[in-house]
Structure formats: C-alpha cells, structure tokens
Design a protein around this ligand. Structure first.
Ligand code: HEM
Length: 139
C-alpha cells in the first residue's frame, strides 16, 4: 500500500513538473526538423539575392549549413553544441554593412515564413539573434 501511495505521489509530482516547465524556443519552433527547414530556406534565399550572395560566393555551403543549424539550435536553447567559429572571427574582414545585415534578417524572416513559423515565434527567434548584430557588422 505504501509503495502504491508513493508511486501516485511521484506521478503527481512528475505531472506537475511537465505541466509547469515551459517549452524551449527550440521546441516551440518544432525542433531539429524545423530548424533544418528554416536554414535550407535561408540558403535558397541567399542564393537568389545578388547582394548577399556576393559575400558567400567563395564559402563552403555545406559547412555554413551545418554550423548555422547548430547556431540556431544553440540560440533557441536546443540540445546542441555550437562547434563553429565565433561570430566575430567568422565575419571579420567582410565589412558587412548595417543595411546588408538588415537584408540578411529579412531573408531569414522569409525563410521562417516559408517554413510556416508563426509570427509570434519568429519574433522570439529574432530577439535571441539580435544581440549577435554587434559581433557581425562593420568588422
Ligand atoms: C544574425 C545574423 C547572422 C548569424 C547568426 C550568422 C551566423 C553565421 C554562422 C553560424 C556561420 C558559420 C560559422 C563557421 O563556419 O564556423 C556564418 C558564416 C558566414 N556568414 Fe554569417 N551570420 C549572420 C549574418 C550574416 C550576414 C548578414 C552576412 C552577410 C551579409 C553573413 C555572412 C557570412 C558568410 C559569408 C559566412 C561564411 C564564412 C566562410 O565561408 O568562411 N552572415 N554566419
């Protein structure tokens, strides 16, 4: 009887924990599948954008894809370790202008919209990406 009571007690505690733990932004997005879809859409957007493609023309697209998937996963509190270079190291020497940075953000928004990410979730993703701006422009 004691064991049954203990199990019921434990079950209630676990249910409460599940009910009260808010999902991470990564989970809200839809996890790995959705992050991969967004990054693939983003790469397609860059390929069709003359201005931004200029920056990427000598880049290794497979590496960029892999590292950006990890980076978005990390920023949204997903279960990933980012193994790429620091934002400052990667973007130093590119002298990315503010307007080109904003263009990149617009293309990322298009990529999320095409992946069916709701606007409220998009805004949360943009909010966690925003602080990286100062590590990317005019370097
Ligand atoms: C919030 C905005 C941005 C984020 C989070 C971001 C993130 C990243 C990441 C994770 C990588 C791969 C790092 C690695 O290879 O170790 C990368 C590479 C790169 N990024 Fe960004 N980036 C952003 C904005 C931009 C913008 C606006 C441009 C250009 C206009 C740009 C140009 C590049 C290029 C060309 C590479 C490839 C570098 C290479 O081939 O070595 N990034 N970025």
């Amino acid at each position: 009887m004691k064991t049954i009571k203990f199990c019921v007690f434990l079950g209630v505690i676990l249910l409460q924990a599940c009910a009260t733990t808010p999902p991470t932004l990564y989970q809200e997005l839809g996890g790995e599948k959705k992050v991969v879809e967004i990054v693939d859409n983003f790469i397609a957007e860059i390929e069709f954008d003359e201005t931004l493609f200029e920056y990427f023309k000598d880049s290794n697209v497979n590496r960029f894809r892999e590292k950006l998937i990890e980076h978005v996963c990390m920023l949204t509190d997903g279960p990933c370790e980012y193994t790429g270079d620091s934002m400052v190291d990667v973007h130093t020497g590119m002298n990315i202008t503010e307007s080109d940075f904003n263009r990149g953000v617009d293309l990322f928004i298009n990529a999320m919209t095409k992946a069916g990410v709701p606007h409220a979730t998009q805004n949360k993703v943009l909010a966690v990406m925003a602080p990286t701006r100062k590590e990317i422009i005019y370097l």
